[in-house]
Design a protein around this ligand. Structure first.
Ligand code: ZN
Length: 172
């Protein structure tokens, strides 16, 4: 069984994606997912609806573009990792779910979908390469985090978590 990181990396390879920002909408469509954007209330981020072979990702287009990208990547994660789920609705899920220690199944699947989203939007090999060019000050990593977040089209918080999880920066 390949790891979540490996599954995300394989999807990038199949789509010939070699640099940030990762075209997450195009990747979803290439995987056979229909992506539909509609504005809705802020407590909903998105949904994955599977009906036989067809599947649709719904995205709350009222949220920030970076958040929409994370939502699509998160729903692709559910699509690939949680094959038996027919309907999955994401309330305004926390991107740092990963830090939670709960072992509840729903929460575990959210952690997995977030892990997949982070790996897809911020691939380790891309970051390794970009970190050679971005000056990362251990004592003040914020400017580097900001630069990378803009380049990868993710939120500052998502980039910070990814760099922490990969061990590129240390917790303060
Ligand atoms: Zn979810």
């Amino acid at each position: 069984m390949p790891t979540i990181e490996q599954q995300a990396a394989r999807l990038l390879e199949e789509n010939d994606v070699r640099r940030a920002p990762v075209p997450v909408d195009a990747i979803a469509r290439a995987a056979g997912l229909d992506v539909r954007y509609a504005p809705t209330t802020d407590d909903v981020s998105g949904a994955l609806i599977r009906d036989g072979k067809a599947a649709v990702i719904a995205v709350n287009s009222a949220q920030h573009e970076n958040r929409q990208r994370f939502t699509i990547a998160h729903e692709i994660g559910h699509y690939i990792l949680h094959k038996r789920t027919e309907r999955h609705f994401d309330e305004d899920f926390r991107i740092d779910y990963r830090n939670s220690v709960s072992s509840e199944a729903t929460e575990r699947s959210e952690i997995e979908a977030n892990g997949f989203a982070a790996a897809l939007l911020m691939p380790e090999i891309f970051l390794r390469r970009d970190l050679l060019r971005v000056e990362l000050d251990e004592n003040n990593p914020d400017p580097a985090i900001q630069t990378l977040a803009v380049r990868y089209k993710v939120s500052r918080r998502a980039m910070e978590l990814r760099l922490l999880n990969l061990g590129f920066i240390s917790p303060v």
